[in-house]
Design a protein around this ligand. Structure first.
Ligand code: NI
Length: 138
């Protein structure tokens, strides 16, 4: 089994907030991500698929095609958007954390991965923090 990864980027705004909590508690739990008037992140998205290299092409997947799918299903819908309000595939009321985004991105992409298997969605929110999802329910 061989793994290959395509990297894509998007920029988006969000706010992490629980309306039942006080401003102080929201700031304590979510820090800068609780800023009342939104803030942005430069996200780095890594999509890894796995399979056996084709005997003729040597490819597991045509990464140009994979990139088009990622753009169509994910980054075009997230880039320069407000993740709390603007994105159809993010349920309203769900905190748009990196942890929740990797699961939603997996669900967006998985039906379109053909001839290989989706292995991992890895999303950097900052250069120091990333979340990964391998398709496991628990
Ligand atoms: Ni944030």
């Amino acid at each position: 089994m061989v793994y290959i990864t395509r990297k894509e980027r998007f920029n988006a705004a969000h706010k992490l907030w629980v309306s039942e909590w006080s401003d102080e508690k929201n700031e304590e739990v979510f820090g800068k991500c609780a800023n009342a008037n939104w803030h942005g992140h430069n996200y780095d998205l890594f999509v890894t698929v796995k399979g056996k290299p084709d005997p003729v092409t040597g490819f597991i997947v045509d990464v140009k095609k994979l990139s088009k799918i990622i753009k169509r299903e994910v980054t075009d819908q997230l880039d320069h958007r407000n993740l709390n309000l603007d994105v159809e595939f993010i349920p309203k009321g769900l905190q748009p954390t990196t942890e929740n985004l990797v699961v939603l991105i997996w669900k967006q992409l998985e039906p379109y991965i053909d001839g290989c298997k989706l292995h991992c969605i890895k999303l950097y929110e900052t250069e120091n923090i990333y979340a990964e999802y391998f398709g496991e329910e628990d």
